[in-house]
Design a binder for this molecule. Structure first.
Ligand code: ADP
Length: 355
């Protein structure tokens, strides 16, 4: 149910608007007040989905009230109502951020309802775009920060190397070069992770994919890590789904790799198997016997650049799980995790079954 707040100082007009909306008001509730102050007090207790303001209130201008409403709820749609209507008032309404401008003289319930619904739809879209913009800014500032760190390090190491060469002392030379190579590798890894992350939105093949093959390919790509860590990876047959094989391999590769990386067992074990799922869906469980993830981070680990350990302890870009989430969402699915500290973590991937 959507809630509309009407601010109009004329009792007759308030009744008129309420009556008009009552005739067509499925899904909309209306509350009406006579002044801007009363309207703002209501907004503070119950945020409306749309505000309708009379252009000429007795002691204040509708535009001032519009400004105040926008200052507390920037994305709340506001419709200005006027007695007669004039072009300049309409222009000023839009300039002040109103979503629509209607004259009371020819007002019908249908027109008012349409204006309210359109304004709410537009506002939802604007707020979704603003949220995406915020996400993008946050992502870029994290990226700049994480790329700057190894570059700053390389810069410092270059100065140390120059000093080593100038002084003719070769004692620290090899160590400084090794450190520099490691930092270069770190910057490179971040760029690789970034490339995989970006590719998710570009590659869009939609073929029938056998998930059993996908998991085997992901496992094969990690052969050397599996050997190094003496890990055991158990898999069970999985059904087919429709999507991008390359992306699905990356998804399981990231999950297996994390299960091996955040794991200090002598024999890391990863088990990948299907779970009972809803009709038409596939649920895959990727389980490890690693360090575990604290409950307060079960959701945040999927955010870009979220890392729970310092880079000196575990290398990583913090883009792996957010890439997994993007891949799963592009396939119409969901991913989540549960975990017990010191026992292990379970990642669940829910996907639509191939039709
Ligand atoms: P990273 O590149 O750092 O591995 P991810 O996005 O893949 O980034 O994971 C985010 C963080 O979640 C990791 O830094 C790690 O702290 C935690 N994490 C991910 N997978 C696991 C796991 N299987 N077990 C324990 N911790 C994990």
């Amino acid at each position: 149910m959507k809630h509309v707040l009407l601010i109009d100082d004329s009792e007759d007009d308030r009744e008129l608007v309420m009556d008009l909306l009552q005739g067509v008001n499925g899904g909309i509730t209306v509350s009406a007040v006579g002044t801007g102050a009363e309207g703002l007090a209501q907004i503070a207790t119950q945020a409306p989905d749309c505000v309708v303001i009379d252009f000429r209130l007795e002691t204040e201008s509708g535009f001032d009230v519009l400004d105040r409403v926008k200052s507390v709820m920037p994305y709340c749609p506001v419709i200005i109502l006027t007695g007669q209507g004039s072009e300049s008032a309409a222009a000023q309404s839009f300039k002040s951020g109103a979503s629509d401008y209607l004259s009371k003289s020819h007002l019908t319930g249908g027109a008012l309802r349409r204006a309210i619904e359109n304004a709410m739809r537009r506002a939802e879209l604007e707020s979704a775009i603003a949220a995406q913009d915020d996400e993008r800014k946050k992502f870029l500032s994290h990226l700049a920060h994480d790329l700057r760190a190894p570059l700053r390090n390389i810069n410092n190491l270059c100065e140390l190397l120059a000093e080593d060469v100038r002084s003719g002392e070769s004692e620290d030379l090899a160590r400084h070069i090794d450190l520099m190579l490691a930092r270069t590798q770190r910057a490179n890894d971040l760029i690789d992770a970034l490339e995989s992350y970006a590719l998710v939105s570009q590659e869009s093949s939609n073929e029938i994919v056998c998930l059993t093959d996908v998991v085997h390919a992901a496992k094969d790509n990690l052969d050397s890590v599996v050997l190094q860590t003496h890990a055991r990876i158990e898999t069970a047959p999985l059904p087919d789904i429709r999507g991008s094989k390359a992306q699905l391999i990356l998804l399981f590769q990231n999950l297996i790799q994390n299960g091996l990386k955040y794991n200090d067992q002598e024999e890391p074990v990863i088990i990948i198997r299907p779970e009972v799922s809803r009709p038409g869906r596939i649920l895959v469980r990727v389980e490890d016997n690693g360090l575990g993830i604290p409950k307060e981070h079960w959701k945040t680990v999927f955010e870009p650049f979220k890392r729970l350990w310092s880079k000196d302890r575990y290398e990583g870009s913090g883009l792996g799980l957010s890439s997994c989430q993007r891949i799963v969402e592009r396939h119409g699915g969901q991913i989540w995790c549960t975990s017990a500290m010191g026992v292990g973590s379970q990642f669940f991937v829910d996907l639509p079954e191939a039709p």
